[in-house]
Design a protein around this ligand. Structure first.
Ligand code: ADP
Ligand code: ADP
Ligand code: MG
Length: 472
């Protein structure tokens, strides 16, 4: 961390940071803040009193009952905690209020620094339909689909037929793999679209939907960017093609599927788009990549830190969370694009409290014996400790196991070694899934796409059942 960043933060606007999130990302943010010499305030629900983040933070404030709507999504309770503790900045993490433009505005209106882009930028890029238009304007290829949200079902049905079925119906305010439907023909489209809209309205408070052609057998590749409002740099790409229910479970950096030319083009397009909106903060531009044609298509921008940011940190040797805090505090970007180099290969696997042998049913429980992997090239970002009772109210992510090595082959071997060292007793986790996946030739050769994992699971039920039977 350059002393310039430290100076900008500690002598600037941020001395005390409130973390409006929980779980492993709260732990991650506390670490970055402490490395910068910033005091931390952890807000938490009644269900999270015993959490690792609450134990680690300098101060903790109970903001309400377990249900997220009454605690982690309660803007006034969070702002009250900030006022009471004298915090001068708020980090939203990911999920919860991280991409809520009104929250960013409310934080600013209370005289606090929001660690992220302005409410207006979130409004523009967090609305997936509006972001598509911005991408088009910036010359970034998008998936064929509707211009903006659908306001006339007849026009939309005609357009869907014109694009060609199957089409995806997406909620403009959706995220986390939710709010997506696939229609195979006009009749299905006509019945699913209004349903999708009312569901989006209930789930996201916004019924706006748009359509996209389904790109079959594509890879999910994304670019990490960081902007200070004037300049934007990228930290290369990540491949996140291994997904279940459109949620990522295994991520790598860089993608082993890109040639240097395509990588360069992709990263340049991401920077161009972020520059076009004077982006300030950490962000990710997501694409689908068709490795047969070499075409890539913008799908969305996430205006926040992402779950899988560590793989980029590992290949670039940087702390993206510290950098986003510094930028929020008024620092300029600390590196030019030329100074950002990548080396080696990193892989992250998401350890969820789920039972792979039982259709990945969420399985909150009490952590028993815990042995964590260590040694060269291994990083474990998690929220576990022996005796910790995992609350059943939130998502099932326990942590992320991240490995780095000189090349992909060595990273795969290191992942196997690290998973072998990991022991979490008391509850099933997704670790056996990754041990089984390491045996797959397709995965070893990176012959994958966004539906690959789902078909592999269907074809190999016994593998998971066997691995799941191993007491981990
Ligand atoms: P990433 O894009 O960082 O990989 P995910 O898409 O997995 O992240 O989402 C990160 C977290 O945020 C998950 O817990 C997910 O459920 C949640 N999330 C993301 N967007 C939304 C949203 N619009 N509404 C509710 N939860 C969301
Ligand atoms: P979210 O906001 O929930 O993250 P995304 O738009 O990023 O939604 O899409 C999530 C995932 O859904 C992608 O990673 C990909 O696997 C799949 N997907 C999204 N759009 C398309 C598309 N047009 N064609 C095929 N798959 C898609
Ligand atoms: Mg996405």
């Amino acid at each position: 961390m350059s002393s310039l960043i430290e100076a900008a933060v500690t002598k600037g606007n941020i001395n005390k940071l409130l973390i409006a999130n929980r779980g492993e990302i709260a732990v991650r943010i506390i670490r970055a803040a402490r490395d910068l010499g910033i005091v931390t305030v952890q807000v938490h629900s009644e269900a999270d009193t015993d959490s690792r983040a609450v134990q680690m933070a300098d101060e903790a404030v109970n903001i309400g009952p377990p249900q997220a709507a009454k605690s982690y999504l309660d803007v006034s309770a969070i702002l009250k905690a900030a006022a009471e503790t004298g915090a001068d900045a708020v980090h939203p993490g990911y999920g919860f209020l991280a991409e809520n433009a009104d929250f960013a505005d409310a934080v600013a209106a209370a005289g606090l620094v929001f660690v992220g882009p302005s409410g207006d930028t979130i409004r523009l890029m967090g609305d997936k339909a509006a972001a598509r238009s911005e991408a088009k304007k910036a010359g970034v290829p998008t998936v064929p689909g509707s211009d903006g949200v659908i306001d006339d079902m007849d026009v939309a049905a005609d357009l869907a037929a014109q694009i060609g079925f199957p089409v995806m119906i997406k909620a403009a305010a959706g995220g986390g793999g939710r709010g997506i439907r696939i229609a195979r023909d006009t009749a299905e489209f006509r019945s699913l679209a209004p349903q999708a809209s009312s569901e989006a309205s209930a789930a996201f408070g916004d019924g706006g939907i748009y359509i996209e052609k389904v790109i079959e057998r594509a890879r999910h590749i994304e670019v990490q960017v960081l902007g200070d409002g004037k300049n934007v740099v990228h930290f290369f790409d990540r491949e996140c093609s291994l997904q279940r229910r459109r949620q990522k479970v295994w991520e790598e950096a860089p993608s082993a599927a890109l040639s240097d030319e395509v990588r360069d083009e992709l990263c340049r397009s991401a920077v161009a788009l972020a520059k076009a909106v004077n982006y300030r903060g950490a962000g990710t531009i997501e694409y689908l990549y068709d490795d047969k044609s070499g075409d890539f298509y913008f799908i969305e921008m996430n205006t926040r830190i992402q779950v899988e940011h560590p793989v980029s940190e590992m290949i670039c040797g940087t702390d993206l969370v510290a950098q986003m805090i510094a930028i929020a505090g008024g620092a300029a970007l600390q590196s030019t694009q030329d100074q950002i180099r990548r080396s080696g290969h990193a892989i992250e696997v998401r350890l969820n409290a789920e039972d792979p042998a039982n259709n990945f049913m969420p399985f909150p429980g009490v952590v028993g014996e815990l042995l964590t992997p260590d040694g060269p090239g291994v990083r474990f970002d998690h929220m576990l400790y022996p005796g910790y009772a995992i609350p059943p109210f939130y998502d099932s992510l326990l942590g992320k196991l991240i490995v780095w090595a000189d090349d992909r082959e060595a990273a795969l071997r290191r992942l196997k070694r690290a998973l072998g060292e990991l022991r979490i007793e008391g509850l099933p986790t997704t670790a056996p899934l990754f041990e089984a996946l390491l045996e797959s030739d397709d995965l070893r050769c990176n012959e994958v796409h966004t539906r690959w994992l789902e078909s592999w699971l269907e074809e190999n039920p016994e593998l998971i059942a066997q691995q799941g039977g191993k007491a981990l």
